[in-house]
Design a protein around this ligand. Structure first.
Ligand SMILES: O=C(O)CCC(=O)C(=O)O
Ligand SMILES: [Fe+2]
Length: 308
């Protein structure tokens, strides 16, 4: 196979000339890993995907991890996590945004960020494509760091930020709550959706990518709570809040974003240590199914804030 690499908007590349049904030798596997590290997001179109092929493909990038939300694991393929909307699972994922009722909208986040040990990446494949909405957004936090001015970079080197896991979007301090209303079945605590609880986690404000060594902005709006001990870096608490507001606004700049509009046969892989992602969600009743495999993260990027 000879791969053709086409840049996407702002982050990632589309890989053409790839066929998931064909054998992938060691040289091609290494090429795919290198492209993943270099570009952060890889998009493949028109693939004849089966659960077995997705699982085998995903293993090229590292051992697979089972998601903590066991209720949605597939019986036949424990490595596969089935994301579904448009069916009876919608209730807890439904909320109102500026008067519009939306299922499955997710703010910018990194998966398993709240554990201090985010998974290295994940592969999503289209099983059933939404007729309306249902885009997945990716944001390049390496580029977002890179374009910051030297003073901000120097300040970030001295700072750590805390993330506070919570089920209620209204408890998150830096997401856009304007016009947001939880739905009648929105979870109020982790056990409402059989989710474990997590203590706070702390990350450097500028994280060094464990493989490429590049700096990645450690600011992601979901669960972002505060700068830890801002006074140690000469900041008042008010200044630290303004800094986080400024940095979150920076990560929302479309110059860092690619929004994937799903088509049948699509497969998307991203580097969860570099790219944040989000989901736009779908209108009520719109069917959408995505199969997900998760590539384990064996690196502790943050630390758990317990008993300090
Ligand atoms: O539904 C999507 O498009 C993405 C969901 C998501 O955040 C994930 O799979 O980690
Ligand atoms: Fe996610």
């Amino acid at each position: 196979m000879t791969l053709i690499v086409k840049p996407l908007d702002n982050i990632g590349v589309e890989i053409q000339g790839f066929d998931i049904t064909q054998p992938i030798d060691e040289a091609l596997q290494q090429q795919l890993r290198d492209l993943w590290y270099e570009h952060g997001v890889l998009v493949f179109r028109n693939q004849a995907i089966t659960p077995e092929r997705q699982i085998e493909f995903s293993r090229i990038f590292g051992p697979l991890e089972l998601h903590p939300l066991k209720a949605t694991l597939s019986d036949d393929y424990p490595e596969l996590f089935e994301l579904e909307s448009g069916g009876d699972k919608d209730k807890s994922m439904t909320a109102s945004y500026k008067g519009e009722t939306i299922v499955g909208r997710l703010d910018w986040h990194m998966d398993l960020h709240y554990t201090g040990k985010p998974n290295h990446g994940a592969v999503l494949t289209a099983v059933e494509v939404a007729g309306e909405g249902g885009l997945t957004g990716f944001g390049d936090l390496a580029k977002a760091y890179d374009v910051l001015d030297a003073d901000t970079k120097a300040l970030l080197d001295k700072l750590e930020v805390a993330y506070a896991f919570s089920m209620q979007r209204r408890h998150m301090r830096y997401v856009d709550l304007d016009g947001y209303e939880p739905g009648p079945h929105s979870p109020k605590k982790p056990s409402d959706v059989n989710f474990p609880d997590f203590p706070e986690s702390v990350y450097p404000a500028a994280v060094t990518h464990p493989i490429t060594g590049i700096k990645v902005l450690g600011i992601v709006e979901q669960f972002l709570d505060r700068v830890v001990t801002p006074h140690n870096a000469g900041l008042s608490n008010d200044e630290s809040i303004e800094l986080l507001e400024r940095l979150v606004a920076h990560t929302r700049d479309p110059q860092f974003h690619y929004f994937h509009q799903w088509q049948p046969g699509d497969m998307v892989l991203w580097d969860n240590w570099r790219a944040m992602h989000c989901a736009t969600g779908t209108p009520v009743g719109v069917r959408r199914r995505i199969n997900r495999t998760t590539i384990q993260g064996d690196v502790q990027l943050g630390r758990v804030l317990l008993g300090e």
